[in-house]
Design a protein around this ligand. Structure first.
Ligand SMILES: [Fe+2]
Length: 156
């Protein structure tokens, strides 16, 4: 088995880099969806949701950077064009949403898609003994699960 400088199996490390790139693409679409929701939200919950969506996109922006830098750490090349992001994302592009409940549903379903990808990544990073990616996925999943609970609580 050929290993990388980090001591990981080279082939597994390459697959982890590719899978993290897929997560990156999905996160970028999620991030841009949140910007759209932040801008377009209307109605009696405007002030509350406008701020909440900003909090979420700021967090997503930080995670985007953490994912891209993990790709680089694993000796991969992070995707960086909108073209690639849209092509590789299973998180759907949300457009012109101004209704509060609809916006929250978009967030819940986007997070559910992200968690699915992260869980698959977690299984593989575990097998590859990649503790760095493993702990990152584990933190992302628990934070996003909590956000889903809060979003569902808001919906009532
Ligand atoms: Fe703003």
């Amino acid at each position: 088995m050929t290993t990388t400088i980090l001591g990981l199996d080279k082939k597994k490390s390459e697959k982890l880099g590719n899978d993290l790139n897929t997560l990156l693409a999905n996160f970028q679409v999620y991030y841009q969806n949140l910007r759209g929701l932040h801008w377009n939200i209307k109605g009696k919950n405007f002030f509350e949701l406008h701020v909440k969506f900003e909090e979420l996109y700021t967090d997503a922006q930080e995670k985007v950077d953490v994912i891209a830098e993990r790709v680089l750490t694993l000796d991969g090349q992070p995707m960086h064009t909108f073209e690639e992001y849209v092509k590789n994302s299973s998180v759907a592009v949300a457009k012109n949403i101004s209704n509060d409940e609809e916006a929250v549903h978009v967030i819940i379903s986007s997070l559910a898609s992200l968690i699915k990808i992260e869980r698959e990544l977690l299984n593989f990073s575990d097998e590859a003994e990649d503790e760095g990616t493993n702990s990152m996925m584990s933190d992302f999943i628990s934070e996003q699960e909590k956000t889903i609970w809060m979003m569902n609580a808001w919906l009532g």
